[in-house]
Structure formats: structure tokens, C-alpha cells
Design a binder for this molecule. Structure first.
Ligand code: GRF
Length: 219
């Protein structure tokens, strides 16, 4: 069977991109990353893509008059490359309803919290300020509202005494690097569907997605 053609959209470091690249180098991978697009020239993730022999494009939002014209350029680039699934990985632009609708159920994102808690930026600072015992990360299908949409995979990560933002972010990032490849793999294997705005895995409804505990995540 042909591999699922995926694109990854980034704005920066690209550590989740790296995890997705590594997933796709597995002998039995059913997804292939054929394109990496950054809205920021010089994003470190572009070098990761180039090192892996993946085509890259820079589409700088500042060069466009409107969000819509920027997104038209993105859309045409994705369509031109035959992309079937778009993975947002630290892509720091909000996407309009029009773009999200065009890629409905073919557009996924990773967020460093247990959604629906702590949507938006500065999640780790807010988690620490609230004194909660656990946080995590979520891979979800994208809907027009920010950090909203059917959940595919979530991992719970403990908040430890003495954590600061950097320590907590690093612990969550390790879980992100497990969850995002897992979600890509499940989708590429055709095991994920969306029914009534909830994910089903292998046909079984999973209202909060595949629930994992970071301490027990497989390598
Ligand atoms: C990750 O924490 C991801 O959850 C968030 O942005 C960060 C991107 O990091 N959406 P990287 O560029 O993948 O290293």
C-alpha cells in the first residue's frame, strides 16, 4: 500500500518534527514526510528536514497582505505536493476557519497540556502557578477554535516538587516525542476515525483519545 504523504508545518526548533521524521524511518512506517514548511526563514527545524533529505519551503506570513492570502499560498503548496495529512509542530500561526475547513480531519496539532485544560501559550507557567499535580500533552485534530478538536492521543506527565518551567517543559516534551509519532502511526495505519466529533481507534470510541501515562510510554 502507498504510504500516507504527510507535511509538517513548523516555526522553530522542530524537535517534534524530528520525532516524526524518526517514526517515518521505521521499516514498517506507513507514512512519509514529503514536505516541511516553515513560516520563519532560518527555523532550526528546516535544517533537521534538510538533513533527512526532505523538501523544505519557507512561506513567510509577513510577505502576504492577509491571513487568507498566506493560507492560500500554504494550501497550494500542500496540494501541489500531494499532501494527505498536515501535522502542525510548533507552528506559531493561528489558522482561519477557511483553511481548517479545507483540511478537516487531515490536520493535526500537538499541544503541551492535557486539553481541554490550559489551551493557549505559557501552559507550563500556568500549570505551576495553579499547583496541579499532573499535566501532559495532547495530539488532536484541528478545529477553528484554538487548541480545540477531537483528541487522538494524550499522555499524562507528573508535576514534581521543585519543578520550574524549564524542567516541566522538558518532561512534557519527552512525552510529546512519543505521542506525536504514535498518533501519526495510528492515522497512517487507517485506525483512526472521527465520529460525532470524537475519535474512534480501531472503530472503538475513545472520547479522550488514546490515554497514556508518560511513565509507561514505550520507547
Ligand atoms: C511543543 O511544545 C509543542 O507542543 C508546541 O510547540 C512546541 C514545539 O516544539 N505546540 P518543537 O519545535 O517541536 O521542538
Amino acid at each position: 500500500m502507498a504510504q500516507l504523504k504527510a507535511a509538517v508545518l513548523i516555526s522553530g526548533r522542530g524537535s517534534n518534527l524530528q520525532a516524526l521524521i524518526e517514526e517515518c524511518t521505521r521499516a514498517d512506517a506507513e507514512a512519509e514526510i514529503v514536505l516541511v514548511i516553515s513560516n520563519v526563514a532560518g527555523a532550526a527545524g528546516l535544517t533537521r528536514a534538510a538533513n533527512a533529505g526532505i523538501a523544505t519551503e519557507v512561506i513567510d506570513h509577513k510577505a502576504y497582505e492577509s491571513r487568507e492570502s498566506f493560507e492560500d499560498a500554504l494550501h497550494h503548496c500542500l496540494v501541489g505536493a500531494g499532501i494527505e495529512l498536515v501535522c502542525l509542530a510548533g507552528f506559531m500561526r493561528l489558522l482561519t476557519e477557511g483553511f481548517v475547513r479545507r483540511w478537516r480531519d487531515r490536520l493535526i496539532n500537538i499541544h503541551p497540556s492535557l486539553l481541554p485544560d490550559y489551551k493557549g501559550l505559557d501552559t507550563h507557567a500556568r500549570v505551576l502557578a495553579d499547583g496541579v499535580k499532573a499535566t501532559g500533552c495532547t495530539v488532536h485534530f484541528v478545529r477553528p477554535a484554538m487548541d480545540d478538536g477531537p483528541i487522538i492521543v494524550q499522555a499524562r506527565v507528573p508535576v514534581m516538587p521543585g519543578d520550574d518551567e524549564d524542567r516541566l517543559a522538558a518532561r512534557v516534551l519527552t512525552a510529546e516525542h512519543r505521542c506525536y509519532p504514535m498518533a501519526l502511526r495510528l492515522i497512517a495505519e487507517g485506525r483512526v476515525s472521527v465520529v460525532n466529533e470524537q475519535v474512534a481507534i480501531d472503530g472503538a470510541p475513545a472520547p479522550a483519545g488514546l490515554q497514556l501515562d508518560a511513565e509507561t510510554l514505550p520507547d
